[in-house]
Design a protein around this ligand. Sequence first.
Ligand code: ARG
Length: 582
Amino acid sequence: MRALREVAADAVTRAMRATLPPELRSADPLVRRSDHADFQSNVSLSLAKRAGRKPRELAEQLAGALDGGIGVELSGPGFLNLTVTDETLWRQVAARLADDRLGVGSPELGRRTVIDYSGPNIAKEMHVGHLRTTIIGDALARLLDHLGAVVIRQNHLGDWGTQFGMLIEYLDTHPEARWRAADLAEGEAATTSALDALYKLARAEFDADPEFADRARQRVVALQAGDEATLASWHELVAESQKAFQAIYDYLGVLLTAEDSAGESSYNRYLDEVAVEVERAGVAQDSDGALCVFFDDVTGPDGDPVPLIVRKSDGGYGYATTDLATIRYRIQELKASRILYVVDTRQALHFRMVFDTARRMGWLTDDVSAEHIGFGTVLGPDGKPFKTRSGGTVRLVELLDSAVERARVEIETKPHTLAPDELGTVARQAGIGAVKYADLSTSRIKDYVFDPVRMVSFYGNTGVYLQYAHTRIRSILRKLPPGTSDTVVGDGPVLPAERALALLNDEYAATLADVAATLEPHRLCGYLFSLAKAFTEFYESCPVLNAESDAVRANRVALCRLTGTTLGQGLGLLGIETPDRM
Ligand code: ARG
């Protein structure tokens, strides 16, 4: 479906073809939204010089040739003020409403898109640092999928590394540790979990007892060599962690499941091969016994080159090698045409080096795009990176609980008709929605302060405000007498607030395409916020139930429905639920 802006642009293009010399005919008609009319084109000003004409003259000529449902007026030195006819406007509302997809196309059709997000570390609890990757990655997954992409979610779990030697050795020599850890977690319910407790116990012994530390190191070797008993313990730890992660994903309402897990361990079997391949290709060289890739433009503060280490001098592999094997796998096996890494901006250099190496290896070609989708830090009330009062990391579940709790208070203190069990559900939807919206509505690369009180407010640019606007539209529609028509009648004057709301609804598809291109969900947030505000203005000046005629009412009901559906769908693409009442 063509958006009205495109319809207007097409009309200007046709006028240009009919009146301009051939070399100017295919220029961009430069049609934008405007405060003076629905749209404005300044193409006459931009082409006047090349056409050897006065802008105003050129504009008059274009205006004279304009056809097709668009009214035109000249203004200023040569602007074309374009206005969609009432009939065209209502027809557009009806057409979007009649389509399940609200007229949204599939610009990403068939594009195989790998999205790497969340990536928590096994045997540790999810913390504040996993919030943004999980929320942003999930919103992008939903949105690109909606636009037709084949989305392949990849949860790059940190499930391999030297810390497992220590944990497994501890579990083996202290079989009772499972229970002790669970007790410990219980005792300090608010600050730790069984896995974190186990980690602390093992770490303490590792630091205190050199003999234990030695055995722990041998365990790493045994694990990497595939020793059965060691692998079994490792599997147990992985399974335990997966359960804990899944509980958070369910609470958050994100799409990730165990099937999306492709942890670091799954690339283990490729590491030798990858190291040999990059060495043979001459992309990596020996440097003091380590195998390294160097880059012309990557140097440390002292000016010395900073390498990507493919193989350490002790023969071990690390995070970087795994990411090389990962990108190769995603291109060659998953056949990705776009790979998005939704990871903290602090890893920007790492990904630059990984992508550059992959390009030099010929794995990453011009047909594939690899993009690091970085983001800023979640800050505490003091404006510094969020820490607990004692300086520890903040558990993710606590953060979410605090928002849900705050949302419950906010909802309870307003007049409402929710039953107690319903209140719990709505509080969760509101609290989680608020966290997601606060995160997604700030430009990705910026830091933001995690402030539950502000986030769950019914006023201002918040998720709760949008959810509430959605429930209000639903309730207006519920109150209509049965059989009230929403069949658009294409006559009758359009009031300014109706026009503004219709035009804004019409920008939905273009907004989604814009987010798909820029991968900036805050643009969708901003759009939905404008839509909700435009609805409020519409509802204040245009009575629906008490409209002056059936025809006017039908048009307004259609507009209510379209706005409600657009708002609900748009929030859904951000991963935000829409309660029926709140
Ligand atoms: N586990 C990593 C971390 O906590 C995130 C993984 C990101 N993805 C990747 N392919 N490196 O920092």
